[in-house]
Design a protein around this ligand. Structure first.
Ligand SMILES: Cc1cc2nc3c(=O)[nH]c(=O)nc-3n(C[C@H](O)[C@H](O)[C@H](O)COP(=O)(O)OP(=O)(O)OC[C@H]3O[C@@H](n4cnc5c(N)ncnc54)[C@H](O)[C@@H]3O)c2cc1C
Length: 400
């Protein structure tokens, strides 16, 4: 028989963002002296690899294309620092990072430099010669300009998500794995019901962090977000005694090639003992339910060719290891962080394939809205009522 329970908050989806929401709901509620019942529901096991958040590294950076994102990125560092202090472990590894803009790149460097300057974030701009003498692993053409920012680094995705889960559980959040939400019901004035096979949760606050699965839950409420889900892959090049010194943190930065196609990569980090690189939005459209885990050989060849020109020593002789993952993209590549129109108390947080660095920030902003009714962060660009969501003729552009 299905149980019926009344609770204060339900978080649906316990990947990176949902784990952040579960933690911050508990923390902010307890800070406000409340003793709330919070339940987190995850359809698979905690830490599974079928979504977007299971990997040892994600890029975190101040450098973004608008002043608003740069400001939010500073808040993202702040939230990770707070969680790291409570967890007693390092959740951001600052490695230094370079954004590489080839001559005539589709992404203008001035968007980045002006946005950083507007927020008083220090940076350097290097020419090709300066870049290659500072980072001799790279071979770049003379027209290239490079933005260096010292705080760019690694957000260890699995570790950060595990820390949010652990701290949320320690603060009393009931995290239930292997429990799929079948549907969410809403009376349109604030009473919500989250229906699973064994329990219906009655509540006034639901936070949906289900990324590639989001439309499955909101379409029955008459709301749809135009999303493209793609199957992406990251490639690990095993380190050799020679590459260890060349590609370790300190010698080699996090890097992003700011053109179309766009590529990015990391120094050797964590238990992988490999240098990692990938193409951004290089994968094929799929769905969260039907995606494959097979290697995309065409994408692997594009990446190999690019690295062969630009970072040739990275390739080595050993066969690389490929890991697949899902991108869930809005058409303007901006986040969604808003209440579902017509359904008070029901929020969506969606990272649009650059959200892991913001996972804890999402958690705090969503929890502030749920508990205090408002957040300190500027989330207005991430509303449901923007053209990328409401205008059927809006043309997708994923380059930022
Ligand atoms: C290859 C790759 C590289 C990336 N690089 C970066 C980067 O460098 N920097 C960065 O900031 N971001 C990066 N991102 C993006 C970032 O990883 C994602 O934005 C973020 O991890 C999304 O987290 P999430 O919790 O929303 O999604 P997920 O981790 O996919 O979690 C969603 C969860 O919801 C659960 N769920 C779905 N439906 C239900 C249901 N009905 N009931 C219960 N549970 C449900 C799913 O099982 C899943 O666990 C990258 C992503 C990929 C794939």
């Amino acid at each position: 028989m299905t149980q019926v329970r009344t609770v204060d908050h339900v978080v649906v989806g316990l990947g990176g963002l949902g784990a952040g929401a579960a933690y911050w709901l508990a923390k902010l509620g307890q800070d406000a002296g409340r003793n709330e019942v919070i339940v987190g529901l995850e359809q698979f096991e905690l830490g599974h690899d079928k979504g977007a958040s299971r990997d040892h590294s994600r890029i975190i950076r101040h450098s973004y294309h608008t002043p608003e994102y740069v400001k939010l990125a500073a808040e993202a560092y702040e939230t990770w620092d707070a969680v790291a202090a409570e967890a007693g472990e390092e959740l951001v590894v600052r490695t230094g990072g370079i954004d590489i803009f080839p001559e005539g790149s589709v992404i203008p460097i001035s968007d980045y430099t002006s946005s950083l300057a507007a927020n008083n974030i220090p940076f350097e701009v290097l020419d090709a010669h300066e870049t290659m003498s500072r980072f001799p692993q790279f071979t770049v053409e003379s027209g290239v300009r490079v933005l260096f920012q010292k705080d760019t680094g690694i957000a260890p995705a699995s570790k950060g998500t595990d820390a949010h889960h652990r701290l949320a559980a320690a603060r009393g959040v009931e995290l239930r794995a292997g429990v799929s939400v079948n549907r969410i019901e809403s009376d349109g004035v604030g009473d919500l019901a989250v229906v699973t096979d064994d329990c219906t949760y009655q509540t006034g606050s639901v936070i949906i962090c289900t990324d590639g699965w989001t439309n499955e839950l909101i379409e029955s409420l008459g709301v749809h977000i135009p999303l493209e889900v793609t199957r992406e892959q990251v490639v690990y090049y095993p380190s050799t005694p020679q590459s260890l010194s060349q590609f370790s943190i300190g010698a080699f930065p996090v890097w992003i090639w700011m053109d179309d196609p766009s590529y990015y990569g990391f120094p050797i980090y964590g238990d992988m003992s490999a240098v990692k690189a990938a193409e951004d939005v290089g994968g094929q459209p799929t769905t969260a339910r039907t995606r494959s885990f097979d290697t995309d050989e065409g994408a692997l060849k594009r990446l190999t060719d690019f690295l062969g020109h630009t970072i040739p020593d990275m390739l080595g002789d050993v066969k690389p290891r490929v890991k697949t993952c899902l991108y869930t993209l809005t058409r303007d590549r901006d986040f969604v962080l808003d209440t579902v129109p017509g359904h008070p108390g029901l929020q969506v947080g969606l990272g649009s394939a650059h959200g892991f660095k913001f996972a804890s920030w999402f958690g705090r902003a969503l929890a502030e809205r749920a508990i205090l009714g408002k957040t300190r962060s500027n989330v207005s660009p991430f509303r449901f009522d923007r053209p990328a969501i409401t205008d059927p003729s809006y043309k997708a552009n994923y380059m930022q």
